[in-house]
Design a binder for this molecule. Structure first.
Ligand SMILES: [Zn+2]
Length: 62
């Protein structure tokens, strides 16, 4: 599987699927992020890119 953000090939345990993101975060700010919104059911994000998204979302919090 390739990460939709960095296009690197990743193993199953290194990635977040759309469902995992939604189940694991329960966070509307994360789910509203551009990348997450575009994520289809068949696409995945690697841990590194997911962490960047979480950091970006945290920066928008006051
Ligand atoms: Zn990635």
């Amino acid at each position: 599987m390739d990460c939709v953000v960095c296009n690197k090939r990743k193993k199953d345990f290194e990635v977040w699927s759309n469902k995992i993101v939604i189940a694991a975060t329960y966070d509307s700010k994360v789910q509203d992020h551009n990348v997450i919104r575009k994520l289809s059911e068949h696409e995945i994000i690697c841990h590194d890119c997911m962490q960047k998204i979480l950091d970006e979302v945290d920066e928008t919090r006051v």
